[in-house]
Design a protein around this ligand. Structure first.
Ligand SMILES: Nc1nc2c(ncn2[C@@H]2O[C@H](COP(=O)(O)OP(=O)(O)OP(=O)(O)O)[C@@H](O)[C@H]2O)c(=O)[nH]1
Ligand SMILES: [Mg+2]
Ligand SMILES: [Zn+2]
Length: 288
């Protein structure tokens, strides 16, 4: 009988398949005709047959909705851009670059603020301020603490039925959130050891099943990035979500100093945040 599965383990010679209706895992062996057609990535939905208690023959691969190169995962529904207000200090320029790049890669970035347990009154105010800025810009914002577990259930519900991966600076708590989501309680150093165990190549990716048919990747995406590496300076404006609500006098308006620029007017009126606009100018290197 044909079964539908998802590739959750992908290394050099290894394809691990998770059968969606039972949650059992098998080693997948693609037919030649499948290999001829395409490569196989973590996140791929596959159709095939269980031939014995370890073996699943892959007869077909479903069309991908997207493919993220970094990390190499197919069918990514959400990229969690993890940040902190403190420890380390919030870096909005990094977040804005990541938002542009993952938006461009069609992978629906969201913002996850971690380490909220470390915030005093002033820190919480700062969190609220940034939360409003990104919500107004059109992004979903979630707040968690991987230490106390606060917000983890909400994040789990939010991610129900999705394939997601992490991005964000070093030390913000990506591995810690991953271990909370999948329920592996270990010291962070050990977690990374355990999660990386048996990995022989740097290209290997695992997806961990959790919650309600959700899968999260163990290999983080970018920790820092320059959007200009991916996109032409002139295209950056198309990946600031809130800019797209406005039509300027000139369709090719760069929103710098042009007459009839509705985006600049929206910044002056406070409809678009100064911080986001400044990031935009900094990304396209027009900071004066
Ligand atoms: N207080 C507090 N500490 C946290 C929290 N989340 C993570 N940490 C700590 O922050 C440090 C970094 O966490 P990691 O999970 O390793 O961060 P990471 O984003 O995976 O870092 P890289 O792997 O270097 O990119 C560790 O010492 C964690 O124990 C949190 O919610 N609250
Ligand atoms: Mg990590
Ligand atoms: Zn404009």
């Amino acid at each position: 009988m044909m079964k539908r599965g998802i590739v959750i383990d992908r290394e050099a010679q290894m394809i691990g398949v998770y059968i969606l209706d039972t949650g059992e895992t098998y080693r997948g062996f693609p037919r030649k005709k499948v290999l001829k057609k395409t490569k196989i990535y973590a996140g791929d939905f596959v159709l095939g047959e269980i031939v014995d208690k370890n073996t699943f023959t892959i007869e077909d691969i479903e069309k991908r909705k997207n493919f993220l190169k970094r990390p190499p995962v197919a069918n990514v529904d959400k990229v969690m851009i993890v940040s902190t207000i403190k420890f380390p200090d919030f870096d909005n320029f990094l977040v804005d670059n990541l938002l542009v790049v993952y938006e461009y890669l069609k992978s629906d970035p969201i913002i996850v603020f971690n380490k909220i347990d470390l915030l005093d009154e002033e820190g919480l105010k700062e969190l609220k301020r940034w939360e409003k800025i990104y919500t107004d810009a059109g992004y979903d914002v979630l707040k968690v603490s991987a230490s106390t577990g606060e917000g983890i259930d909400k994040l789990t519900d939010y991610l129900a039925g999705t394939i997601s991966v992490f991005a964000g600076a070093s030390g913000v708590g990506k591995s810690s959130i991953l271990s909370k989501l999948i329920g592996v309680e270990l010291e962070t150093g050990e977690i990374s050891k355990k999660l990386k165990r048996g990995r022989h190549t740097t290209t290997g990716v695992k997806l961990f099943p959790f919650g309600d048919k959700s899968f999260v990747g163990d290999t983080p995406g970018f920790s820092s990035v320059d959007a200009l590496y991916f996109l032409d300076k002139r295209d950056i404006r198309n990946y600031f979500r809130e800019f797209l609500r406005y039509s300027c006098k000139f369709p090719n308006c760069m929103h710098i100093n042009e007459p009839g620029c509705e985006v600049k007017l929206a910044v002056e009126k406070g409809e678009i945040s100064e911080e986001r606009y400044r990031s935009y100018l900094k990304i396209i290197k027009d900071e004066n």
